[in-house]
Design a binder for this molecule. Structure first.
Ligand code: HEM
Length: 410
């Protein structure tokens, strides 16, 4: 499960880290079938710990804080003066610094101006307007999968679907979709950092070409709107618009893919629930809310701009801080029976989409995607279960993801 043995002798615990909060070795990488429970056990109720290794290779040679409690996570995410978002994301590390990854890497107050460019496309009504396209994309994929009698859900559906929705969302041509989705799969699945970087570079180059052509000749699509937008009365640059396109693409890729993986494993393993939701589809939206809390999966990164006290420790200027939203969404101080998945529970205030100014702008679209996928699958695919002898394994990086999910229709 954990690669604790990787502890390197030469790593010295920073002196601002109390001994009982220090977690040696690397916790990132391969985990078992129930990583949320296993992770929670590792934390043992601590509000914050210090990990020897940060999850972005090469990101921080001196470890990272990992914030676990809901309260401390909110404090970090609300305090951009002490905890900046600039330059901390994995894609800015992969693609270099000439792009501006707005809105996610821009701190307030500038952040609000950038976010305003995107806001019209992410209102609840804008998401709802995409319902027919979502249904069409799921149905096209099911037309291929259903006759096969089963599929490896993670690769054949979960990782491809959100990338195709991104193309629809921003108005990119579908004829290059297979090539584009191939790169997207490499970004989310490749084990080699060099392969990931190369695929990311291709995506960045592709999006920059599309942005440039829309700067010259605007069309009636979201990408044209972004590149022809204004910030403080000056035009958005090609580098800003490309960075934003990368953020939109990645923001909805691993996150939705991974949520789908956990949701479908749960459905495949709980035949009674699957039958119930198939018979009563109006319950799906609420079930997805609880699944979003229970299988909350995203880790966020910030960097301390100054020395600051948090959850009883002093974080030093320059320290990297990872917000463990999966742990915050299962915090027993906020939720009754946090480790019980109760699809009939009234919606609980969870942190899966973040908190504060950067809270996920794609939240309504994401929820609609999840609802449409579950609805279409339950209505079109016969009862399904996990393939015999399946043993679940998972990985923890910037999201907690299920590695494989072989399904068979029964
Ligand atoms: C289950 C699916 C999703 C989850 C769990 C999720 C989670 C998150 C989280 C936790 C943040 C906060 C980032 C931070 O504070 O640094 C965020 C921001 C963001 N998300 Fe999502 N997301 C999902 C789907 C989507 C989708 C479908 C899109 C759009 C296509 C999207 C676009 C964005 C963008 C643009 C931001 C940056 C917002 C800002 O900085 O103001 N997300 N998301």
């Amino acid at each position: 499960m954990l690669a604790m043995s990787q502890m390197t002798a030469e790593f010295a615990k920073p002196d601002n880290v109390p001994a009982d909060l220090f977690v040696p070795g690397s916790i990132w990488g391969a985990w078992g079938g129930n990583p949320h429970e296993e992770f929670k056990q590792l934390l043992g109720g601590r509000n914050i710990v210090f990990l020897q290794e940060h999850y972005h290779a090469g990101h921080s040679s001196s470890g990272t804080w990992l914030v676990a409690s809901a309260e401390a996570n909110r404090q970090v995410l609300m305090n951009h003066e002490a905890f900046t978002s600039t330059g901390v994301k994995v894609f800015s590390r992969l693609l270099g610094n000439n792009l501006v990854f707005f809105p996610v890497e821009v701190d307030p107050p500038e952040h609000g101006k950038y976010r305003a460019i995107l806001a019209p496309f992410f209102k609840p009504a804008s998401a709802t307007a995409m319902r027919d396209v979502l249904v069409q994309r799921v149905d096209e994929m099911l037309d291929v999968l259903i006759p096969k009698g089963g599929c490896e859900f993670v690769q054949e559906f979960a990782k491809t679907f959100p990338g195709s929705i991104f193309l629809d969302l921003v108005g990119l041509p579908r004829d290059r979709a297979p090539e584009f989705l191939g790169w997207a799969k490499t970004v989310t699945s490749a084990s080699s950092a060099a392969d990931k970087r190369a695929a990311m570079q291709r995506i960045g180059d592709y999006l920059m070409d599309e942005v440039k052509s829309r700067k010259e000749t605007p069309r009636d699509d979201v990408l044209s709107h972004i590149v022809n937008g204004e910030i403080d009365g000056r035009p958005v640059t090609v580098e800003e618009a490309t960075g934003c396109a990368v953020v939109l693409f990645l923001g909805g890729l691993d996150t939705v893919a991974n949520q789908l993986g956990w949701t479908f494993r749960w459905l495949a393993e709980d035949q009674k629930m699957q039958d119930l939701l198939r018979a009563e589809p109006t319950r799906i939206a609420r079930a997805n809310e609880e699944l979003l809390r229970y299988f909350s999966a995203v880790f966020l990164t910030r960097q301390a701009t100054r020395d600051v006290d948090l959850a009883g420790v002093t974080i030093r200027a320059g320290d990297i801080v990872a917000c463990a939203l999966p742990m915050a969404s299962r915090d027993g101080r906020e939720f009754e029976n946090p480790d019980v998945l109760d699809v009939d529970h009234s919606v609980r205030r969870y942190l899966s989409f973040g908190f504060g100014p950067h809270m996920c702008i794609g939240m309504y679209l994401a929820k609609l995607e999840l609802n449409v996928v579950v609805e279409r699958w339950l209505s079109r695919v016969p009862s399904f279960r996990v393939a015999p002898n399946y043993e679940a394994t998972s990985s923890i990086a910037s999201v907690i993801s299920l590695d494989r999910l072989p399904l068979v229709w029964s």
